[in-house]
Ligand binder design. Structure first.
Ligand SMILES: [Zn+2]
Length: 282
């Protein structure tokens, strides 16, 4: 699932490679991928790409003439650049931007769900679009000054930090890494944080996301692989030794994902109940 560091590196690498490229044609093989009708995709023909940016977990591809494609990869989408055109039999193709130099920018999606989406908008309408207008402030490079107020709700941190209206860019993978870095329990409620813990959390957000991005800058190049190698120390590492204290990392399962933490560094030695299991046993 692409989160802030993965979307940011995608935007940077594509932005560098696509600057000035001219669109030959654009089409959307994905049935429900394109969420807008006016302007039509054909309006991109002949326009030059001027940049690729990130906002939260969204990508923004800008064109001259004041048009922009707003893209959300959701859980299984990728925006990739190829030297040749997709075979029309490629069932992962959702949106194709064919360039005059023969390359193709392709929104692909893996799995059976069609959830990734795109909107073609006037650049001036971007910030007013519902998807961006409702986003909280960016988690990186500078986590919001008012993080304490934003998190002051009776919800556990593992949920509040992934709420894109509270803070934009963090998802299931990086929330585990951030809470482990800050040495705070994922089940602690935002209302119960001390000012020192809020400060530790702000620093952990900046260090963790910035570190991942630095790692990607040093290791990734185009073409981006279908599956990015996430530099994770805790998430998906249940059963492994904690990189800080060597205690066995524990995990809690929810309906559709697994959260990992260190019981010594984060929960005062307590091993948290598996929510799914405890519900079944009730
Ligand atoms: Zn530990």
């Amino acid at each position: 699932m692409p989160e802030l560091p993965e979307v940011e590196i995608t935007a940077r690498l594509l932005g560098r490679a696509l600057q000035g490229a001219i669109v030959e044609s654009a089409l959307a093989p994905g049935l429900n991928t394109l969420k807008t009708f006016a302007p039509p995709l054909a309006a991109l023909e002949g326009l030059a790409l001027t940049g690729v940016h990130r906002r939260g977990k969204h990508l923004v591809v800008e064109f001259d003439g004041g048009l922009a494609l707003l893209i959300h990869l959701m859980s299984a989408g990728r925006l990739q650049l190829y030297d040749t055109r997709a075979s029309m039999r490629d069932r992962t193709s959702r949106l194709l931007i064919r360039l005059r130099d023969g390359r193709e920018l392709r929104l692909r999606e893996f799995g059976t769900k069609q959830a990734a989406w795109a909107k073609l908008l006037e650049s001036t309408q971007l910030e007013a679009d519902a998807a961006l207008a409702s986003l909280g402030p960016e988690a990186w490079p500078e986590p919001p000054e008012d993080l304490a107020q934003r998190l002051a709700q009776p919800r556990p941190l593992y949920a509040a930090l992934r709420d894109q209206h509270v803070i934009a860019g963090i998802g299931r993978s990086w929330v585990d890494e951030i809470l482990w870095t800050a040495q705070i329990s994922p089940f602690k409620r935002g209302t119960d944080l001390s000012s020192q813990e809020v400060q530790a959390l702000r620093e952990a957000i900046a260090i963790t996301l910035g570190g991942a991005l630095e790692h990607y800058e040093g290791t990734l190049a185009l073409p981006l692989p279908d599956k990015l190698p996430l530099p994770l120390a805790v998430h998906r590492h249940a059963g492994d030794p904690c990189p800080r204290c060597a205690t066995k990392l524990e995990s809690v399962s929810f309906e559709d994902y697994v959260m990992s933490y260190c019981p010594i560094c984060q929960t005062e030695g307590r091993v948290l109940k598996d929510r799914r299991l405890s519900r079944l046993l009730k």
